[in-house]
Each structure stands twice: as structure tokens, then as C-alpha cells.
Design a protein around this ligand. Structure first.
Ligand SMILES: Nc1ncnc2c1ncn2[C@@H]1O[C@H](COP(=O)(O)OP(=O)(O)O)[C@@H](O)[C@H]1O
Ligand SMILES: [Mg+2]
Length: 423
């Protein structure tokens, strides 16, 4: 089979690493890819939103299966565009990807179908939002409705902060049209856990759990980032919690989307909070998480192409989804100054140390070739993943492997997976 993967970060590198292990695959292309992905796939210089060019390329190369990985093209209808041209594509169509593309939609869906989530109201009028806030309990959470690069959520401790937040989201349009509608939501406390699920429209199968670290600094300080590291599984996601989620969250969500005429096929990412009042949905994403994929996929035993095809064909019930009985930790190596401002083009050394080392992976997030050298090309540069028999061993291995890599201004958090010490 010939495969085209759309995207070019660490998540796509992890997906392609899994695809490259499939005996069914003869050739992999990636648009646009990066310097690490180029090891396994032929990178083509087409952007993820250039649907006409992507479709033309897939036709020309007679691609058997396209995998659309990032949120923007999914929400904008990339899978629809491939399907209309008669090309098989893995991922939800636009009418289903809206579960990520609009937080107001997903909250209304959960309310309508009784799926546990924080109490909320949606607003399109900033004056109405302020009126509501004046009588609300603090802290409170404001969420821009649309895609905002993971930055559209504000947790406000006082009424003044909340009013400033309304201005930022709805009036100053800090997140563009994503802030035309805003969700105001009850503040909850508890452990967060991410559960990515394969879906074929009717059947939903959760993968192993994971947890990410969004803040830039140790001890969850500093600015929000795309993610500084992950670990899998989460020791807090017990078998009882999994059973509860299956009955009250996963199955009802897939059934709800189907009942709404928005059959969901692809990966449904459930962002959960284990609160004192039970498990609640924080948000849904319509794709693999980045860097969650970098710890979940290395632990998956199945041929990923079989699973992708079952999701498209509606035969996921026939798949016995299996994960290794081990653990994985991913530490992101960033360029110091991320997420605000940082240098690019810094030469990276030590990448070859990972070759042929079982259980160690270096996933490229922001890298490119400069001649025959690999240099940094983004804030998040690499994701170093290691597996181990348990989380402690995986973390020890991952941090040891971060030392194999050097580049100027290399920055990482030193407490990825620290929560496991509290177990
Ligand atoms: N109702 C809430 N109560 C407490 N924290 C929240 C709430 N909603 C979101 N958060 C925090 O904000 C983060 C981002 O919110 P989320 O809904 O996942 O949006 P996004 O990932 O699109 O930025 C969550 O991971 C969580 O830490
Ligand atoms: Mg989130």
C-alpha cells in the first residue's frame, strides 16, 4: 500500500514510525514532513491546508490511504476533500471534527446526551457574558469556541480577570474568529488524563491512557505550550474509571454523534478530569494528541494500518486492540524561550545514537535540513521517548536519552511524570 500522511510534527513522526512497521506498506509520503520523518517517508512540500494540491498529489501517486493528523485540516474538511476525489482517508469528516472545532457544539452535545462535563453557558454577546459573570462563583473558566492553538482557555480567579478575559476573547479577538462565541464554564479540580479512542462511527475502542504537561516550566509554572512531555499509562486511570468512562462517556459520545448525523470515524481524544464528583469531560479533540501519540503509539501492538482500515470500513468491532504491559515517557526538547521567542537554525548533534536502540525514540517536532545537517526549526524541537517496564524505569530511560542530544539553547522540563511519585 502507498500511504500519505498529512502533517509535519512529532505526532506525525510517531504515526509514521508505526506505519513503517506494517508489512502492508510499500511506500510512505508525508506532506510537509520534517527532517526526522524524511528517514522513513518521502517528504513533499505541500502545506496541510492546501487541499487541492494534496488531492492532486494523492491521485498522481495512486495513494491507497491518506492519514490526516492535525486539527486544522480535519476541521476544514480535508477528509471530505479526499473522499470526494475517491481517495480513502483516515480521520473524521468536517461535520464530525466539529466536536473539536467548536467547544460550544461539544458542550451542547454533552448536555443533550447526558455526558458528564462542567456546567456552562455559551455566549455570543460580550455584555451578556459580563452580566452572567457578575453573579457567578470564582474561579471560573472562559473558553474561546474555536481552534486557538491550545491557548484559548482562560482560568480567572477574580471578576476583574474574567471581565478582562471577555475583552481579550470577544472584543479584542485575540484568537480571531475562534472568539465569536465563548463558553463560560464551572471551574473543576482533579487529575487530568487523556484517553485517545479509535472510532468507526459505531464502535469505540480506547487506547491506553496518557497524561501531558502543558506548562513551560517545572512544577507546572510558566506559560502554556503545545505540550512539554507525556507519560503513559496514567496510574490514576484505574480499571473502575475506565469502565465508568466506557459506559458514561465513550459509548454515549459515539452514539450521540451518530444520532446527530455526524458519524465519527478516526481518533476521538477525550480530555478528562477525575474530580471529587466523578470523571468529567474537559474537551474532545478529533485526532491523536501531540505529544500523547509519542507515548501511546510506541506501546501499541496492532498493525496500525489494520486499525485505520477497520475505522474507515466500520469493522472496528473485529479488532482486538492491544498494548504492551509497559510504560513510556516522552520529554520534549525545546529551544529556550519557547513559547514566546527563540532562535531557529541551531545544529543538532547526537541523533544517530537512537538508531537501533530498542525502546528509545527521537521524534522530530521542529527540525529541517540545512545542507546535510539537521538544525532546529521550531520551539518544540524533538520528543525523546523511552519505554520501560514501569513508569519509573521509562522516566529514567527517557531522561538518560535526553543527554544524547545536544544543541545550543536546549531546554526541557525535569519533572515529566513526577506525578507518579505520589502514587
Ligand atoms: N472547567 C475547567 N476547570 C478547571 N480547569 C479547566 C477547565 N477547563 C479547562 N481547564 C484547564 O485548561 C486546559 C485547557 O482546556 P481545554 O478545554 O482542554 O482546551 P484546549 O486544550 O483547547 O486549550 C485543560 O487541560 C485544563 O487544565
Ligand atoms: Mg486540551
Amino acid at each position: 500500500m502507498k500511504i500519505l500522511v498529512v502533517g509535519g510534527g512529532g505526532r506525525e513522526h510517531a504515526i509514521i514510525t508505526s506505519i513503517s512497521k506494517s508489512s502492508k506498506v510499500s511506500k510512505i509520503y508525508c506532506a510537509p514532513g520534517n527532517a526526522g520523518i524524511a528517514d522513513l517517508a518521502e517528504c513533499v512540500d505541500i502545506g496541510v491546508m492546501e487541499f487541492d494540491k494534496l488531492v492532486a498529489f494523492a491521485k498522481e501517486k495512486e495513494i491507497d490511504l491518506v492519514v490526516v493528523a492535525p486539527d486544522d485540516p480535519l476541521v476544514a474538511g480535508a477528509v471530505d476533500a479526499f473522499n470526494e476525489a475517491g481517495i480513502r482517508a483516515f480521520g473524521p469528516k468536517a461535520n464530525a471534527a466539529i466536536i473539536e472545532g467548536s467547544k460550544a457544539f461539544s458542550k451542547d452535545l454533552m448536555k443533550k446526551y447526558g455526558i458528564p462535563t462542567a456546567a456552562y453557558e455559551n455566549f455570543t454577546d460580550p455584555d451578556e457574558a459580563i452580566k452572567y459573570l457578575e453573579t457567578a462563583d470564582m474561579p471560573i473558566v472562559l473558553k474561546a469556541d474555536g481552534l486557538a492553538l491550545g491557548k484559548g482557555v482562560l482560568i480567572c480567579n477574580t471578576l476583574e480577570e474574567a471581565k478582562a478575559g471577555v475583552k481579550e476573547i470577544m472584543l479584542d479577538k485575540h484568537f480571531g474568529n475562534a472568539g465569536n462565541t465563548m463558553v463560560i464554564e464551572e471551574f473543576m479540580t482533579g487529575r487530568e488524563v487523556s484517553v485517545l479512542c479509535f472510532c468507526d462511527g459505531k464502535t469505540i475502542k480506547p487506547m491506553t491512557s496518557a497524561q501531558d504537561h502543558k506548562r513551560a516550566g517545572d512544577g507546572d509554572t510558566g506559560l502554556n505550550t503545545g505540550g512539554m512531555g507525556t507519560f503513559s499509562p496514567s496510574p490514576f486511570y484505574t480499571k473502575e474509571i475506565d469502565e465508568y468512562c466506557m459506559e458514561h462517556i465513550y459509548k454515549p459520545t459515539i452514539a450521540a454523534m451518530s444520532a446527530e448525523g455526524r458519524e465519527f470515524k478516526g481518533v476521538l481524544f477525550c480530555g478528562l478530569m477525575i474530580t471529587p464528583k466523578g470523571v468529567k469531560v474537559l474537551e474532545y479533540n478529533a485526532r491523536f494528541g501531540d505529544p500523547e501519540a509519542q507515548v501511546v503509539l510506541p506501546r501499541m501492538k496492532n498493525d496500525i494500518i489494520d486499525v485505520f482500515e477497520a475505522c474507515i470500513d466500520g469493522t472496528l468491532d473485529k479488532i482486538d486492540l492491544q498494548f504492551e504491559d509497559n510504560a513510556a515517557v516522552c520529554v520534549v526538547l525545546a529551544s529556550d524561550g519557547y513559547p514566546v521567542s527563540y532562535k531557529k537554525g541551531l545544529p543538532i548533534s547526537g541523533l544517530e545514537t537512537f538508531k537501533d536502540k530498542d525502546g528509545y525514540y527521537v521524534f522530530h517536532a521542529g527540525t529541517k535540513f540545512d545542507g546535510d545537517k539537521i538544525v532546529t526549526n521550531g520551539g518544540r524541537v524533538l520528543g525523546v521517548t523511552a519505554t520501560g517496564k514501569d513508569l519509573f524505569e521509562a522516566r529514567k530511560n527517557a531522561y538518560a536519552a535526553t543527554e544524547w542530544i545536544s544543541f545550543d539553547n536546549k531546554y526541557m522540563r525535569h519533572d515529566i511524570g513526577k506525578a507518579i511519585d505520589e502514587q
